[in-house]
Design a binder for this molecule. Structure first.
Ligand code: BJW
Ligand code: ZN
Length: 240
């Protein structure tokens, strides 16, 4: 790593991670784009929009139930664990597009779920929101109010939860270093977070085996997997 970036990282009081599907790839959770990505197998517009959900709620629910089972049986990998470890030494916040809760299971305390969570549901009509505690006997599941429940995730064309998004902008705009891990940075508005960081003078580092549209703006690009690269960053931030 270049000396100046390593120095900046070492001196950073506040480190913000922006994470995407790539960080969970080594936990056995598929990414969306790329050669084994979900969008190669499935049509996003038939599964990840509100119109698709109303068209065929059972189909969309079956897809989420299958993914939820896979996610529940997955474990945080050394990448998630390294981020949680850093939190013991520095102020660390995680702005994640992932819905898998693996950061929280790894021990990260300050996690902002930009695209919701696969573990929670919300009602399509009333304000009910709750955790999924067991398998549903019938799909789509119904709310106490009689209307259908939906996964509490953000689909294409839907706004991000506004409180979470405002907090994410504020964390991105006030960090010393931002580390962008495992995201293609093609989905807006999450892909603006490195722009906020850069505009406010932070160093930005990406960890991704592939280039992204933000690669030219990065102070450092680590072309490696998250589970390999992130544990190597810990002793740089906090030498023993
Ligand atoms: C590794 C690795 C390893 C691999 N280690 N790295 C035209 C039409 C319609 C909409 C739009 C449009 N143009 C723009 C839009 C807006 C749209 C958008 O951005 N679309 C683009 C795709 C073009 N955005 C939205 O619609 C958002 N909402 C919005 O804009 O609202 C506006 C609004 C305001 C007010 C009122 C109303 C509306 C919402 C976006 C929601 C995205 N939802 C999904 C599904 C979530 C639920 C679920 O999981 O089912 O979120 S889509 C999917 O993409 C998911 C992800 O969070 C998101 C980002 O993907 P991510 O994480 O970057 O994954 P990949 O697969 O793309 O990349 C993985 C990366 O990891 C790669 O780079 C690999 O190289 C790397 N990698 N292995 C490290 N081991
Ligand atoms: Zn309801």
């Amino acid at each position: 790593m270049f000396e100046s970036i390593a120095d900046k990282l070492k001196k950073s009081e506040k480190i913000v991670f922006v994470t995407g599907a790539g960080i969970s790839q080594e936990s056995g959770i598929p990414t969306f784009r790329g050669k084994d990505g979900l969008w190669r197998k499935y049509d996003a517009m038939k599964l990840a929009t509100i119109d698709a959900f109303y068209e065929d709620p059972k189909l969309v629910w079956e897809w989420y139930e299958e993914r939820r089972q896979n996610i529940l049986s997955a474990k945080p990998n050394p990448g998630h664990l390294a981020i949680a470890e850093l939190e013991k030494h520095r102020q660390v916040h995680v702005l994640t597009q992932n819905i898998d809760r693996l950061h929280q299971r790894a021990g990260s305390k300050s996690v902002y779920e930009l695209h919701g969570s696969i573990i929670t549901v919300k009602c399509t009509v009333c304000s009910f929101k709750g955790n999924i505690t067991s398998s549903f006997s019938k799909l789509p599941p119904l709310c106490k109010c009689g209307n259908i429940l939906r996964p509490d995730v953000v689909w294409f064309g839907e706004p991000l939860p506004q409180d979470v998004w405002q907090d994410a902008i504020s964390q991105a705009s006030s960090c010393d270093t931002m580390i962008v891990v495992g995201t293609s940075l093609v989905v807006s508005p999450a892909n603006l977070l490195p722009v906020y960081a850069k505009q406010n003078g932070a160093s930005i580092i990406e960890v991704n085996p592939e280039e992204t549209p933000m690669t030219p703006s990065m102070d450092l690009s680590i072309r490696s997997s998250a589970a390999k690269a992130l544990p190597e960053l810990v002793p740089i931030v906090f030498p023993v």
